[in-house]
Design a protein around this ligand. Structure first.
Ligand SMILES: Nc1ncnc2c1ncn2[C@@H]1O[C@H](COP(=O)(O)OP(=O)(O)OP(=O)(O)O)[C@@H](O)[C@H]1O
Ligand SMILES: [Mg+2]
Length: 237
């Protein structure tokens, strides 16, 4: 579905991504793990078209994303839930969700499951009780649900999640991970960036380990969970 081929991305003279190759097949959950500053967010921003790579290519369903503007990447079916959620604090829950649906008007209807507000409420019932509440007054976990719900309203084929569990209490973390699995089972392919490496690898079909802008390891989620180097560096075992 998506292939990153030898991607290099930099911020001025800082080289943040060096020769990144990542492949995501339709239907997979793939995770990207690595320490602070490894280049995880940069990878997602490059896919979304927000950052332009210096070289390399990105092929999504046979088409290059390399010179595509961010809104066209969304129109192709790739939606990102940014780090730190970034919902609209002064819009209500319903209005935030409606903003997510804005892009599908311009896109051909995708086959299969279509998300709408009712379906988002089925995934996150707590949002239904709060449709009129301002986004900014929701708890951190609720804002994360709203951010994911908003991205789903655009009916993504590929959902990019940047640290969805960051700063959440353990019970909320399990809820978010459970929901990511449900969303995937409904047919959405997922690229998940996480510091919570153990939970991410358990959930994912495959994973990539990023260190200082370079892919150090990749493999099946289960295999990486048992890899000695991964255990030492990322799993606290
Ligand atoms: N706007 C920017 N300008 C300059 N350097 C940047 C910018 N954004 C990120 N970087 C640098 O690029 C590198 C990769 O950053 P990135 O945000 O991708 O890391 P990350 O893996 O997402 O880290 P974290 O887990 O802390 O979110 C870091 O060295 C960072 O300092
Ligand atoms: Mg980041």
């Amino acid at each position: 579905m998506l292939k990153l081929l030898s991607i290099h991305t930099s911020y001025g003279h800082i080289k943040a991504l060096k020769d990144i190759d990542i492949e995501i097949a339709k239907g997979e959950i793939v995770c990207l793990i690595g320490s602070n500053g490894a280049g995880k967010t940069t990878t997602l921003l490059t896919i979304s078209g927000i950052l332009k790579p210096d070289s390399g290519d990105m092929i999504f369903e046979g088409e290059s994303l390399k010179n595509m503007a961010p809104h066209n990447v969304v129109n192709k079916g790739i939606c990102q839930v940014p780090e730190g959620r970034r919902i609209f604090p002064r819009l209500t829950v319903s209005e935030n969700l409606e903003m997510g649906a804005y892009s599908i008007g311009k896109r051909q209807k995708t086959k299969g499951k279509q998300y709408n507000m009712e379906k988002v409420f089925n995934l996150f019932p707590v949002l239904k009780e709060r449709t009129k509440q301002m986004g900014g007054t929701l708890s951190g976990g609720e804002q994360q649900m709203l951010a994911i719900g908003r991205a789903l309203m655009a009916n993504p084929k590929l959902l990019l999640l940047d640290e969805p569990s960051l700063g959440l209490a353990p019970i909320m973390v399990s809820k978010i991970f459970k929901t990511i699995k449900e969303i995937n089972e409904e047919g959405v392919t997922i690229l998940l960036v996480e510091q919570n490496a153990k939970a991410a690898l358990r959930l994912s079909h495959r994973g990539y380990v990023l260190e200082n802008g370079v892919i150090k390891l990749s493999g099946r989620g289960e295999d990486l969970l048992h890899n000695e180097n991964v255990k030492k560096a990322y799993l606290g075992d």
